[in-house]
Design a protein around this ligand. Sequence first.
Ligand SMILES: NC(=O)c1ccc[n+]([C@@H]2O[C@H](COP(=O)([O-])OP(=O)(O)OC[C@H]3O[C@@H](n4cnc5c(N)ncnc54)[C@H](OP(=O)(O)O)[C@@H]3O)[C@@H](O)[C@H]2O)c1
Length: 302
Amino acid sequence: MQTVLVAGAAGYLGRHIVVELKRRGYRVRAFVRDGRKLKQSGPFLEPAVDGLVDEVFEGDATRPETLRGLCRGVDLVVSAMGLTHPDARMTPESVDHQGNRRILEQALEAGVGKFVYVSVFHAGEMMEVETVRAHEAFVRDLESSGMEYAVVRPNGYFSDMAMFLKAARVGFMVWIGDGRSRINPIHGADLAGVTVDALEGTEREVEAGGPETFTYRELLELAFEALGKKPRILFIPLRVAEAVLSVIGRFSPKLAALGSFAVAVAGMDNCAPPHGSRRLGAFYRELSAREKRNHTTSHQEI
Ligand SMILES: NC(=O)c1ccc[n+]([C@@H]2O[C@H](COP(=O)([O-])OP(=O)(O)OC[C@H]3O[C@@H](n4cnc5c(N)ncnc54)[C@H](OP(=O)(O)O)[C@@H]3O)[C@@H](O)[C@H]2O)c1
């Protein structure tokens, strides 16, 4: 039985990858910063996976001294590790590029057979975004490392689409652009299937989106519909958003970097080859039902 190291195993995609690997009969070593996270389910309906992982390796990819022995006894590596939230101590360069590079070094040292990395769809068109540049810097390291590899390129996850539900709950949403750009987001479980297929297959680049394509306007409306609310959306022209970002950039480069990703995404179609079967409307309904249940329980406890 082959052992797979999953980096980012406590994250949205990472947890689904763990589930998929176990379904296909692999042993799983989870690389996480805090093993306790695996015991709880995640915020976007991703499952608790503590009962599925065979070994937990705790460490921090930005601290090399915590990575010794990470890949010892490991046959294959999948990394869905990345910096997805602003962090005062870390940068895309320190996590997405250098952090993954350290994992790759451990994998090379241990004689790992293949490394699958989750980067970003249409990266070449978003190189002004710091996170995308860092992802691609690692892809170049991987390509030149001599390691057998595959790069998975997803467009947008259902977990990211949850922000529309959050905004719909507030009752009002501001969106950059005219809402006519299109995207086919993918559920973590469907993408996990694609990722493990990449681990087992021979393709080096795998682009992946979900089965349904929406305009952003339709996405926003779907979120309001899931809550039974009437859509109230303000569309801000792209040029205005860019001007605001350049002002923000003078005070908060980190916030501006995040904003530049939103502007880049809002301004173009982001449709990747379709995979999987899970539907966004069902995800929205399930997520909002869970939140309602949690809300009721916490009120009953008071
Ligand atoms: N979300 C999207 O729509 C999208 C689209 C295309 C590509 N991607 C890429 O796909 C990857 C996975 O995304 P996701 O949404 O699953 O992200 P996520 O839920 O934030 O998971 C990322 C994981 O990386 C771990 N991590 C971060 N810094 C680390 C460090 N220094 N050392 C060890 N582990 C660290 C996090 O650990 P903790 O659990 O301890 O925080 C987390 O579990 C990311 O690289 C992301 O950029 C995302």
